[in-house]
Write a protein that binds this ligand. Sequence first.
Ligand SMILES: *Cc1c(COP(=O)(O)O)cnc(C)c1O
Length: 433
Amino acid sequence: MICDNLTSVNGVLHFAGQNTLSLAEEFGTPLYVMDEDRIRYNCRTYRNALQSSFGPDAQPLYAGKAASFTRLIRIVKEEGLGLDVVSAGEIATAKKAEFPMETAYFHSNNKTDADIALAMDCGVGYFVADNVEEVSAVNALAAERGIRQKILLRLTPGIDPHTYAAVATGKVDSKFGTAIETGQAAEITAYALSCQNVDLAGFHCHVGSQVFDSDVFLRASEIMLEFIAEMRDSLGYTARILDLGGGYGVRYVESDPVLDIAANIEMVAKSVKAKCAALNLPLPAIRMEPGRSIVADAGITLYTAGTVKRIPGYKNYVSVDGGMTDNPRFALYGSVYTVLNAGKLDEPASFPCSLVGRCCESGDILQENVKMPESVCRGDTIAVLTTGAYNYSMSSNYNRIPRPPVVMVSEGGKTVSLAVRRETPEDVTALDL
Ligand SMILES: *Cc1c(COP(=O)(O)O)cnc(C)c1O
């Protein structure tokens, strides 16, 4: 199967050493299930690869927007990763997990004054500043507090999206960051250096997501290092940190490639070291910000099938007890997933259908062109794989549907416990006055 934490035992899907039918029975559906061992394995892969390729100063930061709840952030802390946060809620989660805030990096293209104040008061180590207005606001609020706030500047290296289809956020015209090509990156660097209460620690870029082509990281790091050398020559400033962002891809379907993260990082390191030598630059402390590739394959979602609708001559639908409220990614941008009938893996999957949710919205589709066993019927357990990233974190209460819980499987399947409890209708109405 697409990840080695998935197995078939007598035609029943097992995940992280647990029988998925038993999990659905015990905790109800829809249900997010996460594999703690896999999360730790993915964290270690990045940490070991970065440190062995770039030296002890290198650190991966987990991009919390992929999935953020207290138990998960605690695991990330124990594995020695830093953390990207983007909101008051993610900062609160980090605090609840007693995350060391000096290794937290605050992102967002539009931080409000309230956000900035909160992050400073929580001791967030670094602001990844997106634009001039933000640097100015950070400087002012740091001055009020009598501190010098460390920042990175988020730059767009301007990688051509026609050459690299997966790249979406590193373009010159992105809503994120400040462009190198237009000269604005040089201006914001000079400005940040002039701010008394800002300590410019270095630069950041994030070129895209679900990237399999390491050329993207090679090209981005080259452009960033050339910029760092330019700033040394023109402003006498040498960056201490270079953050290359996140974005490594994961396998959603069999046709997705298997990516060797460690080998990729080693390749990037070789190129970065050679470029630093050529430019006569000291090797900066490298950061990478994986989100998806830490948690995606550590999660699946279990549903119970309801209506199976056959429209002869047209199409078939299998509907489940969740939908776009727990996984909006197909509705948002047509993301592909592997879908299995968890108790019928031994039956041939020959019934073509669309897997749809229960929301009052015709765009509420989890996946098109799915193949199910002919016998698929109400009551079957349906599994959607690789849902650990951008599912729980993107879930909503549309139709006032309570959110599913997150169950954590640990120690090779020996222990199972709730990490986030199921929302109740009372939770949904709790804020109504
Ligand atoms: C989304 C994001 C990440 C994580 O990206 P993945 O594709 O989940 O690895 C990292 N850094 C920044 C700035 C991001 O916006």
